[in-house]
Design a protein around this ligand. Structure first.
Ligand code: ASP
Length: 310
């Protein structure tokens, strides 16, 4: 594996390899000294053009636990505010010779574009509403730990599918691992033709009891320039996952950040069937496994443009 741009690039065996490696790294996280020398002397650059709490902190922690050097770049306070383009920023920072660049942007396809400009391994940490592959991998890992296998498991992904990069990556990853995926939400928030990915579609939660796992999504206001639902109150009345709709045998997941009282009621967020904290914990070990997979072996280097910048 040279880059991690999309779940589409990973077959079941590759996903299983990352999950198994993550399980080995989980043991490191339980030690008093939480570090292994696996990536000593390597450099990881975190390049974040969009806000992030879990993803950025867990990539940083993952790189540090593997003893890599980490440089964090956030677009606010940088020359991006002076108008520096993504390409110029990447070329400039590539002068520091990072071995991996973890990149989050609001632009679909940006991670792939960047992979053509630098010799570093690129990890897509979210590109607009396109994909968020490490979220999908940590969700597979979390369910794998809880259920053993995803074969035949029914997973309902509920909410704003249309604007969610998590939905796209997770539909692909869960199905590759043998799960049966249903997406549910109001018709305005379910992309037309999504069945082509192999999932079922529902426009109500009437059959939610069929799900073994309910995966709720956040309403992605930052990607909406008009109203996609009549009101959040109305949305919650029809699609909120709450104690009335969730049965005690079902597992609940959410990628965070949660809007309590909108897609989830507070009581289910805090219930024992919620795996939300386990998902965050999984983020570190799965991202360790991804960085290890990309950087521990030898990489194929291609010629890339010389930076032409002052
Ligand atoms: N944290 C996830 C993402 O960056 C989910 C969300 O923001 O709703 O896509």
């Amino acid at each position: 594996m040279n880059h991690l741009l999309s779940i589409e690039d990973l077959d079941r065996a590759a996903i299983e390899r990352i999950v198994e490696q993550a399980a080995r790294f989980a043991e490191v996280s339980d030690r008093e000294i939480k570090k292994v020398p696996a990536l000593r002397g390597r450099m990881v650059l975190n390049l974040f053009y969009e806000s992030s709490t879990r993803t950025r902190s867990s990539f940083e922690l993952a790189a540090k636990r593997l003893s890599a050097d980490v440089v964090n770049f956030v677009s606010s306070g940088s020359s991006v505010e002076k108008g520096e383009s993504l390409k110029d920023t990447v070329l400039t920072l590539s002068a520091h010779k990072p071995d991996a660049i973890v990149i989050r942007t609001p632009w679909a396809g940006a991670a792939e574009l960047v992979s053509g400009w630098t010799n570093a391994a690129i990890v897509n940490a979210g590109d607009g509403k396109h994909e968020h592959p490490t979220q999908a991998l940590l969700d597979v890992y979390t369910l794998h730990r809880r259920l053993g296998s995803l074969d035949g498991v029914s997973i309902w992904i509920v909410g704003d599918v249309a604007h969610s990069r998590v939905a796209r990556s997770n539909i692909l990853a869960f199905q590759r691992m043998g799960a049966k995926v249903t997406v549910a939400g109001p018709p305005t928030l379910i992309p037309r033709g999504i069945e082509a990915l192999g999932c079922d579609v529902r426009f109500t939660l009437e059959e939610l009891a069929d799900a073994d796992v309910v995966y709720a999504l956040r309403m992605q206001h930052e990607r909406m320039n008009e109203a996609w639902v009549p009101s959040l109150r109305e949305y919650a009345a029809c699609f909120q996952v709450n104690a009335r709709r969730l049965s005690p045998r079902q597992l609940l997941m959410h990628p965070g950040p949660v809007n309590r009282g909108v897609e989830l009621s507070g009581e289910v967020v805090d219930s024992p069937q919620a795996l939300i904290t386990a998902q965050v914990e999984a983020g570190v070990v799965v991202r360790m496994a991804v960085l290890y997979e990309l950087l521990s072996g030898s990489r194929v280097f291609r010629p890339v443009p010389e930076p032409q910048l002052a």
